[in-house]
Design a protein around this ligand. Structure first.
Ligand SMILES: CCCCCCCCCCCCCCCC(=O)SCCNC(=O)CCNC(=O)[C@H](O)C(C)(C)COP(=O)(O)OP(=O)(O)OC[C@H]1O[C@@H](n2cnc3c(N)ncnc32)[C@H](O)[C@@H]1OP(=O)(O)O
Length: 182
């Protein structure tokens, strides 16, 4: 019998695939000044019905945006019973949603309105119901309409073990994107 070896995904230090890694020409932007101001008013910018961050959406994630440093965004969610997959543990789709929300925040801080084009997620440790997931996302580059964003969620504290990692391409869209389907 061969000794168990560390899984390939556990050895990876980034969730980014070839697709979500920025091309060589991509530039890392400074925070857009208007977006920086809007960040403080995010409930008003977004309305408050978002499953990810609406503060009054009963079974939503109610992600709190707790700060930013340039286009790096920080947030937190508390995993509730309604977010379970296996008994007592967060559902993977819920964790992906939390990552989508914090990565999207970083994309928006670069300026403009963005939607998720592709989201890749690595799950490294189970996240118990009742725990706080400490979220962080940063921009690796923007090329044309595409923002390449990466992030992680930690448990036990902002410097605790990484439980989930994600990488994404967000695509910049005009305002009509959000109104034309209604
Ligand atoms: C202001 C500050 C306030 C701060 C405080 C508020 C914070 C606020 C935070 C909000 C946080 C929200 C976080 C949740 C965000 C959602 O959940 S958004 C909802 C889920 N996503 C969607 O519904 C998107 C649905 N898809 C679409 O609408 C369209 O496919 C898209 C993505 C707009 C692209 O269509 P399109 O406009 O026709 O553009 P297209 O030419 O196809 O693609 C443009 C480029 O993107 C690339 N691309 C498109 N899709 C993909 C893909 N899947 N994979 C790879 N590349 C792709 C294309 O290859 C193309 O690349 P280039 O040719 O330019 O090199």
């Amino acid at each position: 019998m061969t000794a168990p070896t560390e899984s390939r995904s556990a050895k990876r230090t980034s969730a980014a695939s070839e697709i979500t890694t920025p091309p060589p020409g991509a530039t890392v932007p400074a925070v857009d000044p208007a977006a920086g101001q809007e960040y403080e008013l995010s409930d008003e910018v977004l309305g408050n019905e978002c499953f990810g961050c609406g503060p009054h959406v009963e079974h939503g994630l109610q992600m709190k945006r707790i700060g930013r440093d340039g286009t790096t965004a920080y947030g937190e969610i508390v995993v509730k019973r309604e977010h379970q997959g296996a008994p007592g543990l967060a559902h993977g789709g819920i964790l992906a949603t939390a990552m989508d929300e914090i990565l999207g925040t970083s994309a928006w801080l670069t300026g403009g309105r963005y939607v998720t084009g592709r989201l890749e997620t690595d799950y490294l440790a189970p996240v118990p119901v009742g725990s706080t997931l400490y979220l962080k996302a940063w921009c690796n580059g923007v090329e044309g309409r595409k923002a390449y964003i990466e992030g992680e969620g930690r448990i036990g504290g902002p410097d605790g073990p990484v439980a989930v990692r994600a990488a994404a391409i967000f695509v910049r869209v005009p305002m009509e994107h959000f109104t034309k389907q209604r």
